[in-house]
Write a protein that binds this ligand. Structure first.
Ligand SMILES: [Zn+2]
Length: 160
């Protein structure tokens, strides 16, 4: 199987200093992850990578929108995304994730695949509740049929 090199950062070959990268995440990207809650969307990612002698700092900014299932009516809903995250990369004898923000890479590594990070950041950017916004009439702009059905048949809703 051919590996997708789109999200690989060839940091060994970069000079010391700052470098910028950009990607656009959409349907194709998220469909590559089986567990993805995001089914579609358009998220512009910019990455500022600073390479120092023994440290990489990566500052990500994700901006755009993600399409997920509405918690209330189960239709698709577009959620605005505006999220920043930082990742620090140090080097050691072996590769391991020291924390959410610190990755240790083995000295033998020469590139870093950030696809998994971009996937996680996009999901972290989502609010806890993902629902259609309230319309001008004060009612949620949800799927009308589903809302009518719920009103007629929903007996009890657990309070969070
Ligand atoms: Zn809805």
């Amino acid at each position: 199987m051919e590996t997708d090199r789109t999200y690989l950062l060839p940091f060994k070959g970069l000079s010391l200093g700052k470098h910028t990268f950009s990607w656009q995440l959409g349907k194709d990207f998220f469909s590559g992850f089986e567990e993805s809650e995001i089914t579609d969307g358009c998220i512009d990612v910019s990455l500022l990578l600073e390479k120092k002698a023994d440290l990489l700092t990566l500052d990500f900014h994700l901006k755009g929108y993600a399409v997920v299932m509405c918690d209330r009516c189960l239709d698709d809903v577009s959620i605005p995304v505006d999220y920043t995250a930082s990742l620090f990369v140090k080097f050691g004898e072996e590769t391991y994730e020291a924390s959410d923000e610190l990755l240790v890479l083995s000295y033998e590594e020469h590139e870093l695949d950030v696809a998994q990070y971009l996937y996680e950041y996009a999901h972290l950017a989502l609010p806890y509740k993902r629902v259609h916004p309230i319309g001008e009439d004060g009612e949620p702009t949800c799927n009308k049929e589903m809302m009518t059905y719920l009103k007629a048949h929903l007996v009890q809703t657990e309070k969070e």
